[in-house]
Design a protein around this ligand. Structure first.
Ligand SMILES: Cc1ncc(C[n+]2csc(CCOP(=O)(O)OP(=O)(O)O)c2C)c(N)n1
Length: 397
């Protein structure tokens, strides 16, 4: 931990070059894996956001500039870069570092969360407060594609776009909520050309062309990029979708490319309007078992990861009630059993099919199972509609 142990505030990063930042990213990841394997915690989301958080702290001047993290489960790198690296081993221990952001813990933790979809509202309030108090700093909300399925995020964007406040929303798109994400907006923003695989493929083609024919290759790349941009504008235009909300859209960027992130954030400092920067990341990045199975590594129980094979916690799935192991499994198994007998039984969850024990139901009765996204209010009301239609909905939140 050579570099990390010298970082006490984000100001200590300012002299680093990109190579240093890359080395630091690796140190942060190893520390995260080591501590979470002992204490448990939210591993996959935090691993995926390392470069994003590093670039934010490299470019912006926290705590004057305010970074609001949605949910707060992706912010372990933020904790390490803001004076808590030394005590990071106390994560989630009594008297130790909280697993989420806590204003009581640090001036760098701008807003407490835990429930999803609050960041844009909170950031808008901070931005409006800043303007009323005649201050000049940046306000940034970091929100996942899962949290953007929550209605409040859209209410906040609607309001922010109307107010035209200087506000940066970083949309961290890994296509996962806890389970794979759902809904039209994330599909729209993640259309083929914006996917991570596509970005990786593009990088590969670029480096091969540059290697085999340096001059001509560069010209070809430029032409390819132009063609791709027009195709993208033709096929999908997040620009116009977000313009309807009064936001300028920038992206998609590879959220693990520190150079690109740093350049983009430097540009953002000069905007004076609501901007959404779309970054594509891989949940679990840098730890192969978590990249392969981000669901199992979203929240990890204490002492459940073997650092060598990364074996995830065992999840019980389905089976008759007798095989159930805890209340969640009793519920999940019983609902499955009841649904076999009564075709009217349907299940509704708000992005928590695994945590509420509904995964076996989703597997067995996909047509009768509804994951509505992180939208509890809507879950209850859509269930009321199902009931009014004559079905027997069970809502699990
Ligand atoms: C209102 C609410 N419902 C459900 C949850 C449970 N929950 C915690 S994180 C999460 C998924 C968040 O996904 P995303 O915002 O994409 O972040 P990622 O973990 O992918 O980085 C869910 C559903 C919550 N925190 N708040």
């Amino acid at each position: 931990m050579n570099l990390l142990s010298n970082i006490h505030t984000p100001a200590d990063l300012k002299e680093f070059n990109l190579k240093d930042l890359e080395v630091l990213a690796e140190e942060i990841r190893s520390e995260m894996i080591k501590v979470v394997s002992q204490n448990g915690g939210h591993l996959a989301s935090s691993l995926g956001a390392v470069e994003l958080v590093l670039a934010l702290h490299y470019v912006f001047e926290a705590p004057q500039d305010q970074i609001v993290f949605d949910v707060g489960h992706q912010a372990y790198a933020h904790k390490m870069l803001t004076g808590r690296a030394e005590n990071f081993s106390t994560l989630r221990q009594a008297g130790g570092i909280s697993g989420f952001l806590r204003r009581e813990e640090s001036p760098y933790d701008v807003f407490n969360a835990g429930h999803a979809s609050t960041s844009i509202s909170a950031a808008l309030g901070l931005a409006a407060g800043r303007d009323l108090l005649d201050k000049k700093h940046s306000v940034i909300a970091v929100i996942g594609d899962g949290a953007l399925t929550g209605g409040m995020s859209l209410e906040a964007m609607n309001h922010a776009g109307g107010m035209q406040k200087n506000l940066l929303v970083v949309y961290n798109d890994n296509r996962m909520s806890i389970s794979p994400n759902v809904g039209a907006i994330c599909q729209y923003l993640s259309l083929k050309l914006t996917t991570h695989e596509h970005i990786l493929l593009r990088q590969k083609v670029k480096s091969i062309l540059e290697r085999i024919m340096p001059q001509k290759g560069r010209r070809l790349i430029k032409r390819f990029q132009l063609a791709e941009e027009s195709l993208k504008a033709f096929l999908v235009s997040p620009t116009s979708f977000l313009a309807a909300f009064g936001f300028k859209y920038i992206g998609p960027l590879d959220g693990h490319d520190l150079g690109k992130l740093v350049d983009a954030f430097k540009q953002m400092k000069n905007f004076n309007q609501p901007v959404l920067l779309h970054v594509v990341t891989t949940k679990g990045k840098g730890f192969a078992p978590a990249e392969e199975n981000p669901l199992a590594f979203h929240g990890v129980g204490r002492s459940k990861i073997d650092l060598h094979d990364g074996l995830p916690p065992q999840k019980v799935s389905g089976g008759p009630p007798i095989a159930a192991k805890n209340y969640t499994d009793v519920f999940g198994s019983f609902l499955l059993y009841a649904a076999e007998k009564d075709e009217r039984i349907t299940a509704v969850t708000a992005a928590m099919s695994q945590g509420t024990g509904l995964d076996p139901f989703f597997a067995r009765f996909p047509d009768r199972a509804f994951d509505v996204g992180i939208a509890e209010l809507h879950a209850v009301t859509v269930a009321a509609g199902l009931a009014a239609a004559g079905l027997r909905p069970v809502v699990a939140l």
